[in-house]
Design a protein around this ligand. Sequence first.
Ligand SMILES: [Zn+2]
Ligand SMILES: [Zn+2]
Length: 349
Amino acid sequence: MRATSIYAAGDIRVIDAPDPKIVEPTDALVQITRACVCGSDLHPYHSAPTRPGGTTIGHELIGVVTDVGPDVQTLSVGDFVIAPFAISCGRCEFCRAGLQTACVNGGFWNDANLGTGGCQAEAARVPLADGTLVKVPDLDPTTADDGLLASLLTLSDVYGTGWHAAHRAGVRAGDTVAVIGDGAVGLLAVLSAKQLGAERIVLMGRHEARTDLGREFGATDVVAERGQDGIGQVLELTKGGAPNVLEAVGHLPAFEQAVGIVRAGGVISRVGVPQYDAGPIGWAFFGKNTTLTGGPAPVRAYIEQLLPAVLDGRVNPGKVFDRTVSLEDTPQAYAAMDARQALKVMIKP
Ligand SMILES: [Zn+2]
Ligand SMILES: [Zn+2]
């Protein structure tokens, strides 16, 4: 099969890779209908060490089951499935608590322990298939609308991750929420906050096409300024700070912004993968009795809940995709997202 591999920072190639095979009796094989590039894939794109043999990449996919191991009970060949970005057993203490990213038997894509590959590819081997995959009933990907497939694909990561930010922050009807970041996760955190009933949603981002989509998803205010100017504007708009701050970037200035705009007694919920190990947790943070939460989103816990509104078109999270490429053109997808010419690129194997 064809698969995407990273050889060094900036060096993405589409290569011939072995066809995936059933290894464990709990595995399924999936023919990938759509995959995509994630904002978090840009971190290795910037800084991966040189690996002469390359390593496959990609962690968001939807597709059709083509084979199942003898112990797979809930899936059959031909089922259309959503695969979250984490592999999970569905049975351990953490899976039962809805924290599948901490599954004691699971892991991630392109994981040496699990023997998984990356999934910007034609097909994937999915370990622990019963726990990991979610079947979408009555969907034929050959006739399904492109927009619907795009929205279903967001359930493998970015929509569930935006939802996790809002859920962990405890957003409730009538709340004021500030969202930091106008990438796909930030925009879907806006959509999620709106779905949870937030009344005022301040989006901090400076790319107008993106913040316009944020307004469509429910943002009531947009603050383009960063640093102290941005903090000052949010404090003014919210008369003293936002009780719920959703941080969807992961760089230190975004966390500093969160600490600056959170209201006394408020919550900062982080879903941007932190690119820092230390931050402003002294008086600026402590003095406001701030709660800090968030982490890798257990998107598997949210798919069934979020699916109905996607299927009946009440929400269109797939609007975060503004470009589609063939698998062979995946290197261009990385370049376009890196240059911020594209918000999120879908891959059609
Ligand atoms: Zn992702
Ligand atoms: Zn588990």
